[in-house]
Design a protein around this ligand. Structure first.
Ligand code: HEC
Length: 151
């Protein structure tokens, strides 16, 4: 009986470990090993703030496709094509699609020569795929570069 219990425990531990090896090390096309979902704090806010907020804020949203990316609420509800973020589906998220298209395409963002780095695009894609975590409150509130404090 004791022996059988021990075997069961061993099996249980082994099975758990195996599941973890399979589930915990899912490769996501970019060759990176993802063990945790990408959170807003993992640089997402920084990318959006430094690359998009200049135009996508409450003052200039009117001239920028009506899209204001200052808060979770505004990001999920504003934009001519709102919602521009579809958690779990980068392909259906306009926010990702306008970045991923060819830079000769008229909707290519940002509309300046400085294209996002490949790793910025990868992390944004993975963030949306992982559910587009975006905290409410101060933690998730972005400030347009025009209002950044001068050092
Ligand atoms: C220099 C200003 C500027 C910057 C920087 C910028 N955008 Fe835009 N964005 C615009 C304008 C203007 C439009 C309106 C569409 C057009 O005229 O091309 C737009 C439209 C969009 C739209 C479509 C909104 C809708 O619902 O139709 C999305 C999504 C978008 N931008 C995402 C981004 C993201 C993400 C970034 C940062 C990586 C970014 N943009 C950076 C000016 C900007």
């Amino acid at each position: 009986m004791k022996q059988r219990l021990l075997t069961l425990i061993k099996l249980g531990v082994g099975g758990g470990l195996l599941t973890c090896i399979v589930a915990c090390q899912s490769m996501n096309g970019d060759g990176l090993l993802h063990t945790q979902p990408i959170r807003f704090q993992d640089g997402i806010g920084t990318i959006l703030e430094s690359r998009c907020l200049e135009c996508h804020n409450h003052v200039s949203a009117k001239e920028s496709g009506e899209l204001n990316l200052e808060t979770r609420h505004s990001a999920f509800t504003t934009g001519i094509h709102a919602p521009v973020i579809v958690p779990g589906s980068p392909e259906r998220s306009m926010l990702y699609r306008v970045l991923a298209v060819d830079d000769l395409h008229p909707v290519f963002m940002p509309p300046t020569p400085d294209r996002l780095w490949a790793n910025e695009l990868t992390v944004l894609r993975q963030w949306i795929a992982d559910g587009a975590d975006w905290p409410t409150g101060k933690q998730g509130t972005l400030v347009r570069p025009q209002d950044w404090p001068t050092p």
